[in-house]
Each structure stands twice: as C-alpha cells, then as structure tokens.
Design a protein around this ligand. Structure first.
Ligand code: N01
Length: 535
C-alpha cells in the first residue's frame, strides 16, 4: 500500500501487546492524559493467558498475589476460585479488566507490529503493522512479554508428521480432544509438567520424550477458603507491602536464615514444611539456596528422594531425577506429575544422550527405534526475553537495529531502555527482575515508572530520553556480576538463552531481587533520571 492511502495516525504512545503489561500501560497513559494505541497480534487480550491454553495451564504463583494491585476496587471485587487460577479464569479476569477500565476502544487486535523506526529529527517512532497501519508516536512501549515467541525445534522431518501437531504456547482455542489417541509430547518443562497429567488421563497412550528432567514440587492447588479470601481482602495493602519486600515480589513466607545457620533437625523440619506448603514457596526455604552449593545439594537431594518415593518403577524414577542444581532452571509446581508415570498408558523415553533422529509421518524415531502416535505436542518452550522483540524490525539512531545491537546478548539500562533507542521502553525487559519475580508486580512497577518518566518529560518540556552508554554498560556488568555470584548461571536454561541453538549465552534477567532493583530505580528517578540523557 502506498503512503497516500495509508494515513499516519499520530499518538503520544504506541504500546505493543495487550497482556498484563500492555493493558495497564494503556490505562496509566490515559490517566496521565496521553493518547495511546495498543497493537495486539491475537484476537483478544491476555498475552500469555490468551495463547497458552494447553490442558492443565494455570498460574504457579497464588492468584490472590498474581493479580493487579493498582486498583483497590478491582482487587476487592474480583473472586478467585482456586489457590492457583486456571488459564480460563485468568483470561476472564483480564477481560474483566479490559471492560472495567474501558480499554478495548484503544486496542487494535489481529494486528502484528512489523517495524518501529526512530525518526531522529522529530524524536518520534514510526510504527508499521502487517495490516499496513502507520503510527507516529513520541513513545514506543514494548509490552511483548518474556515468554511469547514459541520455540519450535529444528528437528529433521518436522513437517512430515501426518497427524495434528500443537505447541503448548499456541494452543487452539477450541481445545484438543485426546480421547482414544496415541499422543507424543516433546519436552518436560513447566508447560509439559502441567499438560502431561491431563493428557494422560484422556489419551489411549502418551509417550513423553525427555531431554532433561525437571525439579518440581507439589503445587497443592485447592479451592480457596472463603475465610482466607476475606482475611486477605481485609489486609490486602499489608500483604502487597510484605510481598514487595521479598526477593521474588510474592510472599513465600521466606525464611531469612541460611541453611548454614541452622541445625540438621531445623533444616529437615523446614524442608518438610515447605513441601507441605506447596508451590513456589519452596524458594523461600533458605536464604542461601541459590548461592551455597552445599545448601542447594541438600535441597536437591530432598526433592530427589521425594521423586523416588512417588515413582514406582525405579528405572523411570532414575530418569525423572534431575542431576542439575536445584532451581537452576525455573522450579516447577505440579499436580500429580510424577505419579502420572505410574500409569500403564504412559511411557517415558530418554533423549538426553540420543536425541530424536527424525520426525516421520507416523511419529518419530530415537536411536533407530520408531514410536508411533496420532498427535504430536511440542512443549518445547520459548525464545525467551528477546525472541518477541527480535521479530520486530526495531531501528534506533542511525538506523541501527536492536537485533544487531543485542547479537552478543541484550544490553539495557535497568531492563527499561537500550542506548541508541530513545523513547523506546521495554516492560519487564532483559536486565530487569521480571521472570524471577511475580510478573504482575514487576509489570506494575515498570508501567508506573515509565508513566512517571513520560510525565516528567512533559513537565520539563523534554522531547527525548535515552540511556547513556556508560549507565547501560555499568548496569549490564552489574546484572552479569550478580548472576555470576549465584549457582543459576551454570546450567542450560532459557534464562541464559541456552535452549535456542545459536543464541548467545548471556544471563538475561536481573537476579539481584525485586527490592534492591526498585530501590535503584527510585534512586535514579530521585537524581533526575541519572544514567539517562534527556533532551
Ligand atoms: O518451556 P521450557 P516451558 N528436543 O523451556 C525441551 C513459564 N511457564 O514452556 O530442558 C528435545 O521450560 C526442553 O529440554 P531441555 C515458566 O517461566 C509458567 O515448559 O532444554 N527437547 C524442556 O524440557 C517456564 O519456565 C507456567 O533439555 C527439547 C522443554 O522442551 C517457562 O514458561 C507454566 C527440544 C521446554 O521447557 C517456559 O516453560 C508454563 C528439542 N529440540 C510455563 N527443545 C506456570 O505459571 C526444547 N526441548 C505454571
């Protein structure tokens, strides 16, 4: 389409993505009196919770905490039904937010942003979409999510399978009926751990292809007790405050003691207590879990022992037992995951030393042995943190692309801005605590911070903000240094981009904890946004 027939829409801000981040950003911009449009590839809002509809999908941080806190009315009126809300309920909540704050009129669905180019002379972003829309905006805000670019592995013959194939992160909206089907699933990360028990209950047979076993603790999901809900709602402000003081920005009832300061008996009691509490509260067991090898080994051995108790066949139990550092890959919380391998209709195939040879029309082969099924599920994760940004042609000063700039690993100041890309913000971008925390809380902190910057620029009649190279370099060094001081830097996780062939191995999130990160952001603001060049 030519320029003549595609009028450019002029706005204060374009926001890319209508998940938790994009929706709140739109609301905040409107509150501050700015015009904004959200561009969303999906046909509805919800981001992660719009796309990930695989059986068993649910949040693994308690819903009373994994929810917005910017509106007291919203958090009082919404009723969560279970400790960990299932995907459908999360999506209903998000749609309620859209309606309650009248957001839909500024969201353009079924539209993918293809390019965002900075016009230096006018200090504006020129944003184009696959629908030939053109926007000119002072600010471009990427709310594209950390885990939204599905990773489909490059396995030989991948297109030859004659039955249906599904990726957990792009699940059909009408659901999939596995009744009577022979199903194969590749991957054993968080998505698979939730999907496998559900698929096994339906399918005639399920074959799981596992490259790396995963640590998982029982979620202990249950309907919410109305008394508990009442109590939380009466004291919501206090709970939110406590949560924000925690490393992960949710209340794990964290034990502030390191295991090295506890007796063997105290450690044993704490481990059992954490196991019974369920879910990611397990992270809060010992202050030195991620920095002390001995503590980590002890926790890992405790969970290994539990796996051995759950899985009846010792050979299968051995295969399911992770050898790596505990929580080196993201910890999973499950319902009946390990028990599912006691079913007669479930087979585990180890592909750690002999990868899949090829996918065939009937199934796949491993070490020359053929496995046949009717349906194939890819639970193979995402090109995390940078994948969805790299899909967009983002060009900053001098036409330089963000993808090129980040080819040796993402570089940002505070995970918010990247030098050379003025007025471009990344909500929960690489270099911010994001995936190591309660995402909703981290998103709210970023949205409010970005809102404050934009308001500050208006007040001081500033046209552009850019991270300085010095501040960015110092922040990237700090992010790496903090990660290097932990045990999580050592395994092949998506935190490091190690799951994507050819991706540079760089620890992407900031693992210094939510409270110190917020403190740093606040200090930067207090000092007139030091580390940013404002003009
Ligand atoms: O993805 P993953 P996910 N051949 O990357 C395997 C969040 N989340 O979608 O470990 C064979 O964890 C891969 O093997 P390996 C959460 O943050 C949250 O499960 O690389 N196998 C691994 O087993 C989570 O961490 C929730 O050796 C291949 C699996 O596929 C993140 O999303 C629920 C392969 C991918 O696991 C991602 O989770 C779901 C290949 N070529 C997700 N390529 C909750 O809130 C990959 N694999 C509960």
């Amino acid at each position: 389409m030519s320029d003549q027939c595609t009028p450019t829409q002029t706005l204060d801000a374009v926001v890319v993505g209508a998940g938790f981040a994009g929706l709140y950003m739109l609301h905040r911009l409107r509150q501050l009196g700015f015009s904004a449009r959200v561009i969303e590839a999906g046909s509805g809002a919800g981001g992660t919770w719009f796309w990930n509809r695989y059986p068993g999908a649910r949040v693994d941080i308690e819903s009373m905490q994994y929810s917005y806190q910017f509106s007291e009315e919203l958090q009082q009126e919404w009723q969560w039904s279970e400790r960990y809300a299932p995907q459908a309920e999360l999506l209903a909540y998000i749609n309620h937010v859209v309606e309650r704050f009248d957001l839909a009129r500024d969201i353009q669905f079924n539209t993918r942003v293809v390019s965002a180019v900075f016009d230096q002379a006018g200090s504006r972003w020129q944003v184009t979409t696959d629908g030939d829309d053109r926007f000119s905006a002072r600010f471009c805000i990427m709310a594209t999510g950390c885990l939204s670019a599905a990773n489909k592995p490059d396995i030989k013959g991948i297109d030859s399978f004659k039955g249906p194939t599904y990726h957990t992160g792009e699940w059909p909206h009408d659901g999939v009926d596995f009744t009577g089907k022979r199903v194969g699933i590749i991957g054993t990360g968080s998505s698979a751990i939730q999907a496998i028990p559900e698929i096994a209950r339906q399918a005639a047979h399920l074959t799981v292809f596992q490259r790396t076993p995963t640590f998982s603790v029982p979620a202990r999901n249950a309907p919410l007790d109305p008394e508990y809900v009442k109590n939380v709602k009466q004291n919501y402000a206090a709970l939110r405050k406590t949560a924000k003081q925690q490393f992960v920005a949710f209340d794990t009832k964290a034990n502030e003691k390191a295991a090295t300061d506890m007796s063997a008996e105290e450690i044993k009691v704490e481990l059992e207590r954490r196991w019974e509490m369920g879910g990611l509260n397990f992270y809060g067991g010992f202050a030195d879990l991620l920095v002390n090898q001995h503590t980590n080994d002890m926790v890992a051995d405790f969970v290994r022992e539990k796996i051995a108790q759950k899985v009846k066949n010792p050979a299968t139990a051995a295969l399911l037992t992770p050898k790596v550092i505990f929580a080196c890959k993201r910890l999973c919380a499950d319902t009946d995951y390990f028990e599912t391998y006691n079913r007669d209709n479930v087979t585990l195939v180890d592909i750690s030393t002999t990868p899949i040879d090829t996918i065939t029309p009937e199934g796949l082969t491993v070490a020359g042995k053929a496995y046949a099924f009717d349906t194939l599920v890819f639970a193979t994760g995402f090109d995390a943190m940078t994948g969805s940004l790299n899909k967009i042609d983002i060009r900053g000063i001098g036409g330089k692309t963000l993808k090129d700039k980040w080819s040796a690993g993402p570089r940002t100041y505070l995970g918010l801005c990247s030098a050379g890309f003025p007025n471009l913000f990344t909500i929960s971008g690489p270099g911010s605590p994001s995936v190591f925390t309660n995402m909703v809380t981290s998103i709210e902190q970023h949205v409010e911070y970005i809102g404050d910057i934009i308001a500050y620029m208006g007040k001081h009649k500033l046209s552009a903000i850019d991270a300085t190279k010095e501040a960015e370099d110092a922040w990237v060094d700090h992010v790496n240094e903090v990660a290097g001081g932990t045990l999580v830097n050592s395994c092949s996780s998506w935190y490091l981009g190690a799951n994507i062939p050819g991706k540079q191995r760089v620890f992407m999130p900031y693992i210094g904890g939510f409270p110190p990160y917020v403190e740093k952001c606040n200090e930067v603001a207090k000092n007139g946004y030091e580390g940013f060049a404002l003009k």
